[in-house]
Design a protein around this ligand. Structure first.
Ligand SMILES: N[C@@H](CCC(=O)N[C@@H](CS)C(=O)NCC(=O)O)C(=O)O
Length: 323
């Protein structure tokens, strides 16, 4: 004789809810209202003339440690590609490994198999998250910086002597104020906004995040009526910061993070803007579309316990369509 279905359902719900709360608590720390709180980055040294770290910009000395699915790491790869720094800054890949509950290094590095081990090697008392991207100094064998917002500034401004496209300035003096304003809004409501939707632990926190997100997307759509990029006629770091979230949006965030009011495909200007950015030289090589989907759907266990990766959408095909 089987158990009554109502009992099974109730027991399952209670068990799953408490497991979900526990897992979400460690995956995504939240405030009292159930809103996602992103932890601060721990390593914030600069490089070059105007930093106080004493670290000089040199070719072949630094590397980026990145993962293919991480949007924060992606922005550093984008600046490396746009500036033509492939010859000066190397890349070490970290692999999302659900069994490690974080990043495994693609091959042992500094005697470490995983990124948490590498962080501990550098700083034994470090108790923050072992996140990518990491800007690593091969000479002193330590982490210089693990905050993508800093790393893209460093790559844009400090390595021009080794950059193939050294005249490209993604943070021009005359656009800085506008760029900073976009950066703040885009960080809070779009880059981190999609995570605030996906990692929300209450209905109200989710709805607030979702409203904020689509309000900003609507504003960007209107802005792109009058200018090709966020700050006018030239690409800036504000566009660089927006792109990794846009390219993941229809692929992952729409479904997995419940950012489902509209797709980027449904915004004519944003969709053209995304296609334009994607067609810049070197950019498609920074986008592993199937890999992004696989990592998100298989690694964020509490959001997708079955680990099933959806087949659609065929973003690569959609991006290459002639409009
Ligand atoms: N503030 C960091 C955030 C980076 C971040 O959250 N990276 C995620 C991947 S998308 C990560 O490595 N998470 C691993 C973990 O939390 O254990 C930055 O922008 O550089």
């Amino acid at each position: 004789m089987g158990l009554p279905p109502t009992f099974v359902i109730k027991a399952g719900q209670t068990l799953w809810n408490s497991l979900w709360q526990t897992m979400m608590g460690s995956l995504a720390p939240s405030d009292a209202q159930g809103g996602y709180q992103r932890p601060a980055s721990g390593f914030r040294y600069g490089v070059g003339a105007d930093s106080n770290s004493g670290l000089s910009a040199e070719s072949g000395r630094y590397r980026l440690i990145v993962g293919r699915s991480c949007p924060w790491a992606h922005r550093t790869l984008v600046v490396r590609a746009l500036k033509g720094l492939e010859g000066a800054i190397s890349v070490t890949w970290a692999i999302a490994d659900p069994s490690v509950g974080g990043w495994r290094l693609s091959q042992a590095f500094e005697g470490c198999e995983t990124l948490p081990d590498l962080y501990k090697r550098v700083s034994p008392n470090y108790n923050g998250r072992a996140t990518v991207p990491v800007f690593w100094d091969d000479e002193r064998r330590t982490i210089v910086n693990n905050e993508s917002a800093d790393i893209i500034q460093i790559l844009n401004g400090q390595f021009n002597s080794f950059a193939t496209h050294s005249s490209l300035d993604l943070y021009p003096v005359e656009q800085r104020e506008l760029c900073d304003r976009w950066n703040k809004l885009i960080y809070e409501t779009v880059n981190n906004g999609v995570y605030r939707c996906g990692f929300a632990q209450s209905q109200s926190a989710y709805e607030k995040a979702c409203d904020d997100l689509f309000k900003t997307l609507d504003l960007i759509e209107a802005t792109l009526n009058n200018s090709p990029y966020l700050c006018g006629n030239q690409l800036t770091l504000a566009d660089v910061r927006l792109f990794p979230t846009l390219i993941r949006f229809d692929l992952v965030y729409f479904h997995l993070f419940k950012c489902s009011r509209k797709r980027i495909y449904d915004y004519p200007n944003l969709w053209n803007y995304l296609r334009d950015f994607y067609s810049q030289p070197g950019i498609p090589e920074t986008c592993d579309l199937p890999g992004i989907k696989q990592d998100y759907y298989q690694s964020l266990f509490p959001l997708n316990p079955g680990g099933i990766v959806p087949l659609g959408p065929d973003l690569d095909h959609m991006l290459s369509q002639i409009s």
